[in-house]
Design a protein around this ligand. Structure first.
Ligand SMILES: C[S@@+](CC[C@H](N)C(=O)[O-])C[C@H]1O[C@@H](n2cnc3c(N)ncnc32)[C@H](O)[C@@H]1O
Length: 220
C-alpha cells in the first residue's frame, strides 16, 4: 500500500469538497480522513475495497459519495443496501451528523466481516446516527421502513428494487449510485416502478461517468 499521507489527503479532500460546493466543517473533514485511515488499515483483514492507493480512495470513495449527498437532503431514514466498507452510508452519516442531525442511516450487508468493520467505524467515529445489520436484504425484516433506499455497486436496478421493495415506505424513493448511464437497466425495471430522473454527477478528479438514478412507484 502507498503511504497514508494525511496532510496531502486532507488537501485533496478539502479541494474536492469545495468543487462540489459542500461546506464541510473541520470536524467532518477529520472524520472522513479518519474513516479512510481505518479502511486502509483494515483492508487486508476485512477485504473492503480493491482500491489500495489512498489518493484514489479519496477520489473513488469519499468524493464519489460526497457528490451524491445533497440528493439526500430531505431524507429522514435512509437504508444503504450492500454497504460493504461503508459507501455511501458512512460518508452520508458523517455529512448528515452536522447538516441534517435528524437523519438516520442504516447499513446492511451479508458479510459479517464487513458489518464488523462498520460497527467498529461507528464506535471509533462516534456516529450515533448509524445502525448496522448483517443479513440478506431480501430476507430481512427491518424494525421500520425507509423513506430512501440507496446503494452503490450493489446489483442491477431491477434486482435492487425486487429484493428491497418490502422495506420502502409509502411515498419513498430509491437513489442508486451508478456508473455509465444505466439505460438498459432502467428499461428492465419491474412493473409498478419508474425512473423519475437520471442525474449526471461530476466527481472532482474522477474521469469516470457517474450517475444518480431516482426510482419511485408508478402513480396509477
Ligand atoms: C461490490 S460491493 C459494494 C460495496 C459498497 N457499496 C461500495 O460501493 O464500495 C457489494 C456488497 O453487497 C453485499 N451484498 C451482496 N448481496 C447482498 C444481499 N443480498 N444483501 C445484502 N448485501 C449484499 C456484498 O457482501 C458486498 O459487500
Amino acid at each position: 500500500m502507498k503511504a497514508f499521507d494525511r496532510p496531502a489527503l486532507t488537501v485533496l479532500l478539502v479541494q474536492g469538497a469545495r468543487d462540489l460546493s459542500l461546506n464541510l466543517s473541520e470536524a467532518q473533514i477529520t472524520k472522513l480522513i479518519d474513516y479512510l485511515a481505518l479502511m486502509a488499515k483494515w483492508n487486508s483483514v476485512y477485504n473492503l475495497t480493491a482500491v489500495r492507493d489512498p489518493v484514489q480512495m479519496v477520489t473513488q470513495h469519499l468524493l464519489d459519495s460526497l457528490a451524491a449527498v445533497s440528493a439526500f437532503s430531505n431524507a429522514k431514514n435512509v437504508l444503504d443496501v450492500g454497504a460493504g466498507g461503508g459507501l455511501p452510508g458512512i460518508v452520508l452519516a458523517i455529512w448528515a451528523a452536522e447538516a441534517h442531525p435528524e437523519m438516520r442511516i442504516s447499513m446492511i450487508d451479508t458479510v459479517h466481516k464487513k458489518t464488523a468493520f462498520l460497527t467498529q467505524v461507528k464506535a471509533e467515529l462516534n456516529l450515533s446516527n448509524v445502525s448496522v445489520y448483517t443479513a440478506r436484504v431480501e430476507q430481512w425484516q427491518a424494525p421500520q421502513k425507509f423513506d430512501v433506499i440507496t446503494s452503490r455497486a450493489f446489483a442491477d436496478l431491477s434486482d435492487f428494487v425486487n429484493w428491497s421493495e418490502h422495506l420502502l415506505a409509502d411515498g419513498g424513493q430509491y437513489i442508486a449510485l451508478k456508473g455509465v448511464a444505466p439505460d438498459t437497466e432502467v428499461a428492465g425495471l419491474p412493473a409498478g416502478w419508474q425512473v423519475r430522473e437520471v442525474r449526471a454527477l461530476q466527481v472532482p478528479t474522477l474521469q469516470a461517468e457517474r450517475h444518480l438514478v431516482f426510482i419511485e412507484r408508478t402513480v396509477l
